[in-house]
Design a binder for this molecule. Structure first.
Ligand SMILES: C[S@@+](CC[C@H](N)C(=O)[O-])C[C@H]1O[C@@H](n2cnc3c(N)ncnc32)[C@H](O)[C@@H]1O
Length: 384
């Protein structure tokens, strides 16, 4: 099969993890970009990228590039591509444009001009045109405009890859699945010690942890990927890949470590239970309604990841003492454990009162967060 270039998009700060994952599935010429990683590979690699990558948001396939400085050159450039190679008259498409250029200031307008070119090309050839469908199109087209470089890409994924297909219900602040998967990877947890999220909300972090420990492909529960609807796509190797995985998953061994999610809110635990069940992980994840104030270690050692409330709706004094409680509890009740905390409340973070071994900046949606690592050794670390 022909090798093609692809762009895997990700969240800021996750590029290196994604590059590692790409190397792991056999992608070639892996190159880190800003919030994206470029790679080359055949269709099989593109299928694997969609199915297995935990830290990618979507996989795009560049198909055509040209220079443009105004509406006319944009239209003419887009007209030069033979769109019938990718789209049939009775199929539908949608265009999404990302613009970073002094020549164009409206991404909507850029998308519209490319749409005009596609529609006019079909109309001139056949007297008819394919229509636009924003919900479930056959072809998702992405237009990237940077200064005078315009690249047309096909979106191979469709719905972003963080939509894994296991989330039935969200709570008020579920974390992005891609970010949760990255946090588990950054923590270095290898599935060989206890894993705990004592403020688990809808269960995203424990589900991602279990999927990693059991080697469950990130995208296995999704209903669809965009490439499955492409014209002339040979899907036989894709279905073979899927059925091999489904067969393997039917005979998954039980984990010999505990994965525990707890939360003060019974309503959150009820939601987490449904998500865990949908992910087929009920026998691997234990969920408990319990406040962190009453939570104790259940093993000699383990990894704890916490995404506590950031306190947008809480009083400052309360949130600071809440973070102090987290620090004290970790220090005194979770000796010999590793803990990782993600928060965008930088003031409150100081009140944890433990020395962080490492810090990373990660983004939870638009919120800039710190992801801090703490090691609790018996008697060695002093609380500030
Ligand atoms: C930011 S949310 C976590 C979201 C979660 N990561 C997800 O993906 O759904 C914070 C969670 O902390 C829980 N929480 C707040 N105070 C708590 C406490 N004292 N003990 C345990 N959980 C608590 C809340 O009920 C909420 O579900």
């Amino acid at each position: 099969m022909d090798s093609k270039t692809y762009i895997a998009k990700t969240l800021a700060g996750l590029e290196e993890l994604l590059a590692e994952e790409l190397n792991g599935i056999g992608a070639e010429n892996v190159k880190i970009l800003n919030r994206a990683v470029e790679f080359t590979g055949d269709d099989q690699i593109m299928f694997k990228a969609n199915l297995y990558l935990r830290t990618a948001l979507r996989i795009l396939k560049p198909i055509y590039s040209f220079k443009t400085v105004d509406s006319t050159s944009l239209y003419r450039g887009a007209l030069k591509l033979d769109w019938s190679e990718y789209l049939s008259l009775n199929e539908t498409f949608v265009i999404d444009a990302v613009v970073n250029s002094e020549f164009f200031n409206h991404s909507g307008y850029v998308g519209l001009r490319v749409k005009d070119a596609i529609v006019d090309q079909f109309r001139n050839k056949y007297g008819k045109r394919p229509s636009v469908d924003t919900k479930r199109p056959h072809l998702r087209i992405s237009v990237h405009l940077s200064y005078d470089d315009c690249t047309i890409l096909l979106d191979t994924s469709g719905e972003p890859l963080f939509k894994r297909g296991y989330r039935l219900h969200g709570n008020l602040a579920p974390i992005n699945e891609v970010l949760a998967a990255a946090m588990v990877k950054f923590s270095g947890w290898k599935g060989d010690t206890l894993f705990m999220d004592p403020m688990c909300g809808s269960g995203t972090i424990v589900i991602e942890a279990a999927m990693q420990a059991l080697d469950i492909p990130a995208g296995i529960y999704r209903n669809e990927f965009a490439f499955e609807r492409w014209k002339d796509m040979d899907l036989a190797p894709w279905y073979e890949m899927l059925s091999k995985e489904e067969e393997r998953l039917e005979n998954l061994p039980a984990l010999n470590v505990k994965i525990i999610g707890s939360d003060i809110s019974q309503a959150a635990i009820d939601i987490a239970e449904k998500n865990v069940e949908k992910a087929g992980l009920s026998k691997h994840i234990t969920l408990i309604a319990k406040s962190f104030e009453k939570t104790i270690a259940l093993s000699e050692t383990g990894t704890i990841i916490i995404n506590p409330p950031y306190g947008e709706r809480l009083k400052k004094d309360y949130i600071n003492s809440f973070y102090s409680m987290i620090g004290r509890r970790l220090k005194f009740k979770f000796e010999n454990h590793k803990a990782w905390i993600l928060s965008n409340n930088f003031d409150a973070i100081h009140h944890i009162g433990l020395h962080a071994d490492s810090k990373k900046i990660l983004y939870n949606g638009a919120l800039e967060c710190k992801f801090l690592e703490y090691s609790m050794y018996e008697g060695t670390k002093k609380i500030k």
